[in-house]
Design a protein around this ligand. Structure first.
Ligand code: MN
Length: 433
């Protein structure tokens, strides 16, 4: 028997990936954990019979010859698969995009990649094998893809995810159905939690990023807490938000990040949970850690997270072309043409006196002015920036002062220059990360 399964609290990417596995592997049966997210639950209640799916209780472990694990690589996240754990004759394939977790499932074969949704990896293989999808298949796969990529907007989304969406739409994925399961209306209990969170949120600046914390006691079941946390992060306008839901038996932590500098999955790993860069969760036994202990552990993890903080010194250009104040305008012009640069600094005794940019050359009206010294034409009011400052500060100064060149000054000496081009290159190279 060949089975495909996924993590508890099954989300749509996990469900879609299991269904994709049943289509990809001949004879494969999908095993859906008992605990599934609300929208997955709703979908299954009406669509279950259309797919080859069973519950963990219906599996006879002895009959299983091959296990396909999707959207996780950890045993403890699977539902009732303990009996398979110790089998050394079992063939195991893993399909996953949670690159931050250290999975303890030893695979015979695996496909683990940075991609927005696990289902994109399976669709890639289905296309290679020429497997055709009907409208229903395409729709459920698209819901999984959209949910895990925030409708292709999360920074973890790749070009391949978008191409996968295009392919599924070509194969008649129904956006009306998708919209229904992707945007379930908020329920009364969900609103109560939201209002509870809004009463007080602790905001801390960690590594230059604003991080929000909420500790909320929760004694009843509320469906899809993750969606509320996600919405609330945008309302309080923080880079990342961690909500600790406190309960007598166990605390649940849900994290959401909207910035590349904070990886939720890494933080959740330190709490025994998992996730990816934008989203994750962890469950901690109340006897093992207090809510305050969890909060401290998150802060420690965030403080030590190796964020790649890019500074001006990393993106500035050097050496900087400079001329003396007595240099003629003609010489300055030919230097700019020769080096293909848009500005030169005017320096005397290593100190910045001013700057001459291409624009200043246009001020030359009479022919003999080309023999005038640059100091007669240069801009003297120079705004500088330090090598340790951030690219975003440089961008802000350039916009506010409408200048395109910022000399980088350290100990009163000019060590480089940043231009609009440097800033743009930096931002656009960085965006796909
Ligand atoms: Mn996923």
């Amino acid at each position: 028997m060949l089975i495909a399964t996924t993590h508890k609290n099954t989300d749509f990417d996990a469900l879609a990936s299991v269904i994709a596995a049943t289509l990809l592997y001949p004879g494969c049966v999908g095993v859906i954990p008992k605990m599934t997210n609300r929208n997955v639950d709703q979908f299954l209640s009406t669509h279950k019979t259309a797919f080859n799916l069973i519950l963990p209780g219906e599996v006879n472990p002895e009959e299983v010859t091959k296990l396909i694990v999707v959207d996780t690589d950890q045993w403890h996240r699977l539902d009732r698969m303990e009996k398979l754990r110790d089998r050394d004759d079992l063939d195991i394939d893993i399909w996953d995009h949670h690159m931050t977790s250290k999975g303890d499932i030893t695979a015979t074969w695996s496909c683990k990649e940075h991609i927005g949704a696990t289902v994109s990896l399976l669709v890639r293989r289905m296309r290679e094998k020429g497997i055709t999808l009907n409208a229903l298949d395409s729709t459920v796969l698209l819901i999984g893809l959209y949910e895990d990529t925030g409708h292709l907007t999360y920074p973890s989304t790749t070009a391949e995810d978008a191409r996968t969406a295009a392919y599924l739409l070509e194969n008649k994925a129904d956006l009306n159905v998708a919209g229904f399961f992707l945007n379930p209306p908020y329920e009364e209990t969900q609103k109560e939690i939201l209002f509870e969170m809004m009463k007080e949120t602790e905001k801390l600046t960690i590594n230059g990023q604003l991080v929000g914390f909420n500790i909320i006691s929760l004694d009843k079941k509320v469906t899809n807490l993750a969606a509320i946390v996600n919405m609330y992060r945008k309302i309080v306008n923080v880079g990342a938000l961690f909500v600790i839901f406190v309960n007598k038996k166990r605390h649940t932590v849900i994290g959401r990040s909207g910035v590349a500098q904070i990886n939720i999955g890494t933080v959740m790993n330190t709490l025994g949970g998992g996730g990816h860069s934008g989203a994750g969760s962890a469950t901690v036994k109340s006897s093992e850690m207090s809510p305050e202990g969890i909060r401290k552990k998150i802060i420690t993890s965030l403080t030590t997270q190796k964020t790649e903080i890019v500074r001006i010194s990393d993106i500035m250009s050097f050496p900087v072309f400079s001329v003396a104040p007595e240099t003629t305008m003609r010489q300055a012009q030919s230097l700019m043409t020769e080096k293909d640069i848009r500005g030169v600094m005017v320096v005397y005794d290593n100190r910045i006196q001013g700057i001459i940019v291409v624009w200043d050359l246009k001020k030359v009206k009479k022919k003999n002015q080309w023999d005038s010294p640059v100091k007669a034409f240069m801009a003297r009011d120079i705004t500088t920036i330090g090598p340790g400052d951030s690219p975003s500060l440089a961008a802000r100064i350039m916009i506010e002062k409408d200048i395109g060149h910022l000399p980088v000054v350290q100990d009163e000496k000019m060590i480089g220059i940043v231009t609009r081009t440097d800033i743009l290159t930096y931002y656009y190279d960085l965006l796909p990360e």
